[in-house]
Design a protein around this ligand. Structure first.
Ligand code: MG
Length: 288
């Protein structure tokens, strides 16, 4: 099932998306818990009552987890062809260890980076002149756990959404650690909604990204270097994962630095990320 967080009739609501009918069934869930947790408010709840059904086009979709309760976990260099393009870009401070990592590379983005479908990715030319896009499947954790084994990992997943792990490449190279380059304001578009785990075939899900009408990334989660159970095992090794934690699983080849010369984002561009079985996340690029 697909669930959206949205603004409608003056308040933040959650509902089930029925794409075939272009409609959302609005649930009777208290607004306070939705503002805090987004779709996570559904994880432990009983079956909510449907209050009304409205056309998707009438509501303002918000990110499915509008403000995660802590940093978003992210995996770097997790598709072979992307690991190679990044290692040879000159911005990869880990390149000396080889293009293909031996263990998942995990970093994080600040929760305040999250913006909704349709919101602008803001470019500040006084801060960075090398801003790049990264289409990614993101995991939404539903059950807490520590030292989770690969075998158990998927039982901790509530669902999935789409993120764009926007990155300032010049800052990524300059600072070695990636937090600053990944956590610039507006650098985590998320949405348009979330799907429950049963809707996604992790071995065969398309990951695509267009800049304007040019297809730049066209891959499949079957090509991940470290699959999602391996990622969850690695992150939860001594760190308790909590319901509502988000894990961005890495981007495939075709990011801006993969081109010669690089193709960075410019004001006026439109970035469209599509993950098969979930939906399309589209954000314009605007100057500050
Ligand atoms: Mg990424």
């Amino acid at each position: 099932m697909k669930f959206a967080v949205f603004y409608w009739k003056g308040k933040t609501q959650i509902g089930r998306v029925i794409e075939a009918e272009n409609a959302i069934e609005c649930f009777d869930i208290p607004e306070a818990s939705i503002k805090q947790d987004g779709v996570v408010a559904l994880i432990d709840g009983a079956s909510p009552k449907i209050v009304e059904t409205v056309p998707i086009s009438e509501v303002e979709l918000l990110a499915p987890v509008p403000r995660p309760s802590r940093n978003i976990f992210c995996v770097g260099k997790n598709y072979h062809e992307h690991a190679k393009e990044f290692a040879s870009s000159g911005f990869d401070s880990s390149a000396a260890k080889g293009a293909i990592p031996e263990a998942p590379i995990v970093f994080s983005k600040l929760p305040e980076t999250v913006v909704k479908n349709g919101a602008a990715i803001r470019i500040d030319a006084s801060v960075s002149t090398a801003i790049d896009y990264e289409a990614e499947l993101a995991v939404i954790i539903g059950k807490a756990g520590r030292n989770i084994s690969k075998e158990d990992a998927l039982s901790h997943v509530w669902g999935y959404t789409v993120v764009n792990d926007v990155t300032a490449r010049d800052l990524q190279g300059r600072h070695s650690q990636w937090l600053i380059s990944k956590s610039q304001d507006t650098f985590c578009p998320m949405g348009p909604w979330a799907v429950t785990a049963d809707e996604i075939d992790l071995k065969d899900t398309l990951v695509k990204c267009w800049i304007n009408e040019e297809l730049r990334q066209d891959s499949n989660t079957g090509l991940l270097i470290f699959d999602i159970p391996t990622i969850i095992e690695a992150i939860s090794n001594g760190i308790t994962l909590e319901p509502g934690d988000i894990i961005a699983t890495g981007t495939p080849a075709g990011v801006g630095i993969g081109f010669n010369p690089p193709k960075y984002l410019e004001p006026g561009d439109k970035v469209r990320v599509e993950i098969g079985g979930i939906g399309t996340l589209e954000n314009p690029v605007e100057a500050y």
